[in-house]
Design a protein around this ligand. Sequence first.
Ligand SMILES: NC(=O)c1ccc[n+]([C@@H]2O[C@H](COP(=O)([O-])OP(=O)(O)OC[C@H]3O[C@@H](n4cnc5c(N)ncnc54)[C@H](OP(=O)(O)O)[C@@H]3O)[C@@H](O)[C@H]2O)c1
Length: 306
Amino acid sequence: MTRLLVTGSSGMLGANLALLAQEMGFEVLGWTNSRPLVNAPFVTRPVDFLNQPALAQAFKAAQPDALINCAAQANVDAAEKQPGVAFRINADAAGELALLARIAEIPMIQVSTDAVFDGTQGNYRETDTPNPLNTYAKSKLAGEQAVAEANPAAVIARVDFYGWSLTGTRSLAEFFFNNLTAGKPVNGFTDMFFSPLYVGHLAKTLLEMLERRLGGIYHVYSSESLSKYDFGVRLAQEFGLDASLIRPISALDSDLLARRSLNLSMNTDKLQAALGKPLPSQAEGLHALHADLDSGLRQKLLSLDH
Ligand SMILES: NC(=O)c1ccc[n+]([C@@H]2O[C@H](COP(=O)([O-])OP(=O)(O)OC[C@H]3O[C@@H](n4cnc5c(N)ncnc54)[C@H](OP(=O)(O)O)[C@@H]3O)[C@@H](O)[C@H]2O)c1
């Protein structure tokens, strides 16, 4: 049985990934930080990436066979306010984990982001040059570089995803679902493009990438890109909610603190070729989101949060 270390297992991706991996027969060890999980069906341990000696000690004690680093300061506005903390967690700690994984001779996936691009081009390939606009994105790019330097065999998986979370409010899908279910009007950006993958599909794909021993940078996204407004409309249609509550607006008219990239549509040819199959469409992702609501996954995730 593979002993899989999932950092950030109290976060949205980490929790979904840890639950799926556990179900698939991995022995999961989940690291958390400030949020202990309640009744998690896998072993958890708090490890603060701001404490470097504790990180190394905890890794040695864990003795994993594989590592997926989902932990991050992923709050864009918080990173803007505390850049030192963001760089420590997103860059330095990622590089330290990559070195530990190389010494232990285990495969590692570093989870990164499409925000490393400035969004002026779109249809980004792995070979395109990053140009991060805000502190969060700069710290994640520094994390990619630290990981690649310490451990050239590691996978750097650039992602963007939606799904059900422990707080019930973490993802864009939950933003639209919660507001539209309550009959509340919301804004949807018509000029911000992305290629989000349903988190369940992302988790499964990351495990497949580990199994196939891929290495290097990969774009792990839906095969289909769309605007955030269109995503909201398609989610409303999937759940039978009122799409007319979504007001189409320009992101340039919003008051976001940190600068955001506008066109983050991503090219997934490299990963589709490596896996020998297409990545899911938006319709497939939204159906899976719906099916996981019906199967009780949303409740299960909410119950992990105290
Ligand atoms: N959400 C998205 O759509 C998106 C898009 C692109 C890329 N990503 C990347 O995907 C990954 C997962 O994102 P997410 O949305 O799942 O994040 P999230 O829900 O914000 O979770 C972040 C996780 O990191 C942990 N963490 C934060 N500070 C830490 C510290 N000092 N030491 C150790 N762990 C710490 C948190 O632990 P506690 O909660 O216990 O404190 C939590 O488990 C990140 O690498 C992020 O950059 C996310």
